[in-house]
Design a binder for this molecule. Structure first.
Ligand code: SAM
Length: 335
């Protein structure tokens, strides 16, 4: 029987955060003042092993999941990630296996990941202006390193490649047209993301949000755009194509045009907690089941009990007041 929540939404996508660690300190995600040398990251025994992740993924796929996205933290800082990819790739019924990364370690791993069965990648890159980018990643990583990672993904055949850029007013909004222009005609799809009130450490304010409409207008002034149809129901990004046929961009309007009604996503944290919304403040503990000898049927039944009562639609209910509520950090569950 199909697994549906209270709003009749099926479970189709599972995002798996494989680590809470990252080699960047993006100011809007893992500000150094909070995630500095004294910060207590999870230790190895707390995080799920690759075998545990694979077992859960298999059970989730039996219950309707079709797409797995590996994320973090920065997933490529976890040792031998390609061995996890190889295990996941073997699961019957999986239709799409992808990864979100900051791209800085992609040159060394792209081919291994592709050989293991990874289909495609999304690379985060907020600006092509080095000063702007480095002020955002706060880890002295230059744009050239990420562009080289994207090139490595292209050479390995990890296609189609998407680039995610978070847009923050007064920080990188003056560079978005450059980013669009750079990738236009290359087959790489840039997706501009409205700055979101995830977590509790990024000092989010509505004033910082550049809306999807503004983003499209800004780019459209230089590079005329027209709306394109969604590829499938529930697609996160709204598509816009260049009027001259040279490709497309996407905008992810979580703040100005929430898309909770079509949300078929669940998120698994590194320590095995399942979050049914990006803006939740608590997860459901699957690690205890895994480590206390639960059978596959028992784990599947627990998933049922979590998903069938799901009511989440945070983005549709968001106000300045809800933005201050406690929520899981983006760097913990990976976006
Ligand atoms: N380290 C990987 C990366 O950089 O893509 C994966 C994890 S990262 C948390 C996933 C995505 O979330 C990135 O594209 C990042 O820019 C985005 N992100 C983080 N904080 C955000 C926020 N407050 N609003 C919108 N997007 C955010």
């Amino acid at each position: 029987m199909e697994l549906l929540d209270t709003l009749q939404r099926p479970l189709r996508d599972l995002r798996i955060s494989v680590t809470d660690r990252c080699n960047f300190r993006c100011t809007y995600c893992m500000p150094r003042a909070v995630f500095g040398p004294g910060y207590q990251f999870l230790n190895r025994t707390e995080i799920l092993s690759y075998e545990e992740i694979t077992r859960l993924s298999r059970i989730f796929i039996e219950r309707g999941v079709e797409k797995l996205r590996i994320t973090g933290g920065e997933p490529l800082v976890r040792k031998d990630l390609h061995t996890l990819i190889a295990q996941l790739h073997e699961i019957p019924g999986l239709k799409d296996l992808t990864l979100t990364t900051n791209g800085s370690l992609l040159r060394g791993q792209a081919q291994k990941l592709k050989d293991a069965g990874l289909q495609r990648v999304t690379v985060s890159l907020d600006s092509l202006d080095d000063a702007v980018f480095q002020s955002m990643n706060d880890a002295a990583v230059p744009v050239a390193t990420v562009l080289d990672g994207i090139q490595a993904a292209r050479e390995a055949g990890l296609a189609p490649i998407k680039v995610n850029a978070v847009v923050k007013r007064g920080v990188n909004d003056h560079t978005i047209a450059d980013l669009a222009r750079h990738f236009r005609g290359s087959g790489v799809i840039v997706r501009f993301i409205e700055f979101m009130d995830v977590g509790a450490t990024n000092g989010w304010k509505l004033d910082n949000v550049v809306t999807a409409r503004e983003i499209v207008e800004t780019i459209g002034r230089e590079l005329p755009l027209e709306p394109a149809e969604a590829n499938y129901r529930g697609e996160v990004a709204k598509r816009w194509r260049y009027a001259d046929g040279s490709g497309e961009i996407g905008v992810i309007a979580s703040i100005s045009q929430p898309f909770c009604g079509d949300c078929t996503r669940a998120r698994l944290s590194p320590e095995g907690e399942l979050y049914t919304c990006l803006f939740s403040n608590h997860g459901h503990d699957f690690r205890s089941l895994l480590r206390n000898g639960a059978s596959d049927a028992e784990i599947s039944a627990f998933l049922d009990s979590v998903w069938r009562v799901r009511t989440d639609r945070y983005s549709e209910l968001r106000t300045e007041a809800t933005a201050a509520l406690p929520k899981v950090e983006m760097s913990h569950i990976g976006g």
